[in-house]
Ligand binder design. Structure first.
Ligand SMILES: [Zn+2]
Length: 395
């Protein structure tokens, strides 16, 4: 007997090369079987997924979920229930001083699965920026000890490298992050935006398996040449095995860069949201909206789902997630692929017309439905930039 059968949907599970109509059976919180037909009489409960797309629960590699403590953090569970994201990887909200609170007050209190990149800065992202401006906070020994005691949750090191975060200290924080990542043998996730430091200095410190997030930023670090074509740096990073991650956010997704990359056949390795207090208000909104932007740029649905399931799971060393492989945790998402005229925007509010949109209808973790509930109101400081508000307020 199965506990639950998700019946009649179209399953997209890139980890198993599956893109076909199939039924999914769940037992004891795990995937029990995926097959063209599974007898509903063998299941205690049945969900009818006719006309819907069934995927592994999405894995969002770049999120900020340390709500109530950091400038950026949102509460994950209510957003997960409406977006299909079952694994939330927090990208450096916590540093060594604030990680115990992240584990206790956030991770232990949430239904969703959580992992984190530890910020090299011991204060993490309490404030909007400047976490590296005081190098006293870059305590490698303290960060390494925090990682050794929390390897079940910590999957890498985060360093935001741009003109604000590193104000006055140059590339030094990234050199320290490199040393730390080598010492603990975990990947480094580096955020780019605006120089200084120069992009060349940043790129020189990245190694295979590291993650360059905000890879399609329109800031001065952008991977775009003056002639409007993709910068050779992008191809060089790909060849070296550095993972290119979207991290859309409020300031980090440019259609111009994305289109230049796709025109040359360079697809991002991972599509993540960088969801936080501001970006959740739009034009990012959530991971399905971000995936829909790439769908409408011409990527195939399996390619898009791959970049929000199997690939981010592998990037954090969790191959048992982001897959419907029998035996894997029963994290599942259902989507309708709506055909409608939609206008999508990048962070500069450049519009693009689209005709397809992924809309999540159900999120399941360990075989349990995640109930819909109201999201928290934005923090009082979380006011969108004026150029975004002006257009989004028009609806
Ligand atoms: Zn971020």
């Amino acid at each position: 007997m199965y506990d639950l059968l998700i019946r009649g949907g179209h399953v997209i599970d890139p980890a198993n090369n599956l893109n076909a109509p199939a039924d999914v059976a769940i037992r004891d919180g795990r995937i029990a079987a995926v097959a063209e037909f599974i007898d509903p009489a063998q299941a205690r409960a049945v969900i009818d997924a006719t006309g819907q797309i069934v995927t592994p629960g999405l894995v969002d590699l770049h999120t900020h979920v340390y709500w109530g403590v950091t400038y950026w953090g949102i509460e994950a569970d209510p957003v997960a229930a409406r977006s299909g994201v079952t694994t939330w990887v927090d990208a450096g909200s916590a540093g060594a001083y604030s990680f115990p609170g992240f584990r206790h007050f956030i991770c232990n209190a949430s239904r969703v699965r959580m992992f984190a990149f530890l910020n090299l800065s011991a204060i993490g992202l309490i404030a909007p920026t400047w976490e590296f401006a005081n190098l006293d906070y870059c305590d490698i020994d303290l960060a390494a000890r925090t990682i050794e005691e929390n390897r079940d949750m910590l999957v890498g090191i985060k360093a935001r490298i741009d003109h604000n975060t590193t104000r006055g200290v140059g590339i030094r924080p990234l050199e320290l992050a490199r040393t730390l990542a080598d010492r603990v043998a975990l990947p480094l996730m580096v955020h780019i935006g605006n120089a200084p430091p120069a992009l060349d200095e940043i790129v020189a410190l990245l190694r295979p398996g590291d993650i360059l997030t905000h890879c399609f930023t329109g800031g001065t670090h952008r991977l775009l040449s003056d002639d409007g074509r993709l910068s050779p740096v992008a191809r060089a990073l790909r060849e070296r095995g550095v993972l290119l991650d979207i991290g859309h956010g409020t300031g980090s997704f440019s259609y111009r860069v994305a289109e230049a990359a796709l025109a040359e056949g360079l697809l991002p390795d991972i599509i993540s949201s960088d969801i936080h207090q501001l970006s959740v208000q739009g034009p990012m909104f959530d991971l399905p909206t971000t995936l829909s932007k790439f769908l409408n740029l011409g990527m195939s649905l399996p390619d898009v789902i791959d970049r929000a399931t199997r690939r981010p799971a592998l990037a954090i060393g969790k191959p048992e997630l982001g897959t419907l492989q029998p035996g894997a945790p029963a994290d599942v998402a259902l989507f309708r692929l709506e055909e409608a005229d939609v206008t999508f925007y990048d962070v500069e509010m450049n519009p693009r017309a689209g005709n397809r949109r992924l809309v999540c209808t159900m999120t399941m973790i360990d075989g349990q439905l995640l109930p819909q509930r109201a999201e928290r109101a934005p923090a009082i400081w979380a006011i969108l930039p004026e150029h975004q508000r002006r257009i989004l307020d028009r609806g």
